[in-house]
Design a protein around this ligand. Structure first.
Ligand SMILES: Cc1cc2nc3c(=O)[nH]c(=O)nc-3n(C[C@H](O)[C@H](O)[C@H](O)COP(=O)(O)O)c2cc1C
Length: 173
């Protein structure tokens, strides 16, 4: 059993990204992992944007990343990149915070052409935070969210992530 943190930039639970996150969380729980959800939108906005690590909620958010064995990063594609919520959250973290952790990127978008945003926007951001075990993620078209095809693709992505998960012996950054 591993500790998995899902960083979600969904604007709401019912939004496409929120639905994708809920599906993957259920699959990971069914696989026996402890899954926590970090809804970035619920963090105190001013403290998030000013990187106020003295704010207990911000400190807790950072600590939850640093203690996770694996991290799922889920974001809608906005303006050909990731949501600003993802960037704001990752900016809080130490430079190489994702090193040694399995990372699964997930994205939703309105146009298939923006699949490339995962490669040219999200992956470089994750790499800048030291991510060296990035599992092939999944891009889900918003019109396909909830479909059998997208569920199967997300199940496969979750399986790849599970295969990469190893409990960390020392929970440090
Ligand atoms: C401000 C904004 C910008 C968007 N930009 C893009 C884009 O560049 N490429 C794309 O494929 N979809 C784009 N979309 C569509 C969303 O990525 C898509 O509807 C997604 O599923 C929304 O997920 P959410 O409801 O969880 O935010 C945009 C949506 C919004 C609201």
């Amino acid at each position: 059993m591993s500790d998995v943190l899902i960083i979600s930039a969904a604007p709401s639970h019912a939004a496409p990204t929120g639905v994708v996150v809920e599906h993957v969380a259920e699959v990971l729980r069914a696989a026996g992992h402890r899954v926590s959800l970090l809804d970035v939108r619920s963090l105190p906005t001013l403290s998030l944007l000013t990187e106020d690590l003295r704010d207990p909620e911000i400190a807790q958010a950072v600590s939850s990343v640093l203690s996770a064995d694996g991290v799922v990063v889920a974001s809608p594609v906005y303006r050909a990149a990731y949501s600003g919520l993802v960037k704001a959250l990752l900016d809080l973290l130490p430079k190489k915070a994702l090193r040694g952790r399995a990372v699964l990127p997930l994205a939703t978008g309105g146009s298939q052409g923006f699949l490339v945003a995962m490669d040219y926007a999200l992956h470089p951001l994750l790499a800048a935070k030291g991510a060296d075990q990035v599992v092939r993620g999944e891009f889900v078209l918003d019109q396909n969210v909830g479909s059998a095809d997208s569920a199967a693709a997300l199940d496969a992505a979750a399986d790849r992530f599970c295969a990469q998960l190893t409990p960390r012996l020392r929970k440090v950054s």
